[in-house]
Ligand binder design. Structure first.
Ligand code: PLP
Length: 393
């Protein structure tokens, strides 16, 4: 199936009993069995029927098949949030004494989980600038079991070369995990570039409408089978079937939405770049992005995320909260509604990244005192520009 067909049909089929064309929403927590089955998840045949929704559920299984098809992976597991998917991979694969090499600027929740929770479990956590391949090479040595990158990274839209990092990781005997939330499978399919795990916050572009929190991991069948026992069944961060149903409905239009997100973001980013009050615009689709060439070769769509800087960010943020009429001043991203949020450097450094020395300087030179993270939605871009003009002058 080609991507747009797969977004609509993969994993779904008309219900054999009723002929229903839209996927069934199965909210049942438990399933009636007609053969003796073990009470332990550790002791189930490969082809076990549905038993209990924390283990497996028909609606979740449909979403998982669709995700695996779009990412060109063997299998997928869905979770109650993007962070539940991230923690499934990090806690489910790392052991005391292992080394994790991780991007030094990732989604804040992942950064904090690595630096606090994993470090407390005696995982050696090594944050590096994963846009710098020689830095990755220096950090990845014997004992590294996992490399974690996020591309484009939240919030500064820094990219990592997935194929090159995969080579470095595999050369050292490590696996590669890619948080591909900002890219979506429309832009980049990390497994085809050598990644072992792809992680998504389905809350963002894949669901796309800001009404369902969810996460997913796509990987090889045996890796997903291990995660399903360890992370899904034992940690228990399962997704509600209702959310899976909403997210599948959102995914049916993913390619169409991503094309519109990209064209809107280009218009808004170009307008911002021309504006006197804006000192810097970061958008992978602009030639001014420091990794524009990599964006062109690795991304088939530049997505809808734009970062920009102004002279007095905190002041402008306060104005935005009062004056914006179309764009919502709110966290999250990837929805049909445009969203904007101010991310001050001092807070991110103190709470999430804790960078020092050269890494801190590199972040400051990229992000200054802070950046606005703008998720360009599906509204008419002219209305978004007018809204921004009302606060920027
Ligand atoms: C939002 C986000 C997450 C976390 O996802 P939730 O669904 O909010 O738990 C992880 N990674 C990235 C890049 C994100 O943007």
């Amino acid at each position: 199936m080609r991507p747009r067909t797969a977004e609509i049909h993969a994993g779904e089929r008309p219900d054999p009993a009723t002929g229903a064309s839209a996927p069934n929403l199965v909210m049942s927590t438990t399933f009636v069995v007609d053969e003796p089955l073990s009470f332990s998840a550790l002791d189930q045949p490969e082809d076990a029927p549905f038993i209990y929704t924390r283990w497996d559920n028909p609606t979740l299984a449909q979403l998982e098949k669709k995700l695996a098809a779009l990412e060109q992976g063997e299998a997928a597991a869905v979770y109650g949030s993007g962070m539940a998917a991230a923690s499934a991979v990090l806690l489910g694969t790392l052991r005391p004494g292992d080394r994790l090499v991780i991007g030094d600027t990732t989604y804040a929740g992942t950064a904090e989980l690595a630096r606090d929770t994993l470090a407390a479990l005696n995982v050696e956590v090594v944050p590096v600038d994963t846009s710098d391949l020689s830095a990755v090479e220096r950090a990845v040595g014997p004992g590294t079991s996992l490399v974690w990158i996020e591309t484009p990274s939240n919030p500064i839209l820094r990219l990592a070369d997935i194929a090159a990092v995969a080579d470095i990781a595999h050369g050292a005997g490590a696996r590669l995990a890619v948080d591909s939330t900002f890219a979506t499978p429309v832009a980049t399919r990390p497994i085809t570039l050598g990644a072992d795990y792809v992680i998504h916050s389905l809350t963002k572009y894949l669901g796309g409408h800001g009404d369902a929190v969810g996460g997913a991991v796509v990987a090889r069948r045996d890796d997903i089978a291990r995660l399903r026992t360890e992370a899904t069944i034992h940690y228990g961060g399962v997704m509600s079937p209702f959310n899976a149903w909403l997210i599948m409905r959102g995914m049916a239009t993913l390619s169409l939405r991503m094309a519109a997100h990209q064209s809107g973001a280009l218009i808004v980013a170009r307008w911002l770049e021309e504006h006197d009050a804006v000192s810097k615009v970061i958008y992978p689709g602009l030639p001014s992005h420091p990794q524009h060439q990599l964006a062109r070769s690795q991304m088939e769509n530049f997505s809808g995320m734009v970062a920009f800087q102004v002279h007095e960010g905190e002041h402008l943020a306060a104005q935005m909260m009062k004056q914006l009429e179309v764009i919502h001043y709110a966290v999250s991203l990837g929805h049909h509604r445009s969203l904007i949020y101010w991310l001050p450097t001092k807070d991110l450094i103190a709470n999430s990244y804790r960078l020092e020395g050269e890494q801190l300087e590199a972040y400051r030179s990229y992000a200054g005192d802070g950046i606005f993270r703008l998720s360009v939605g599906l509204e008419d871009p002219e209305d978004l520009v007018a809204d921004l003009e009302s606060v920027l002058g």
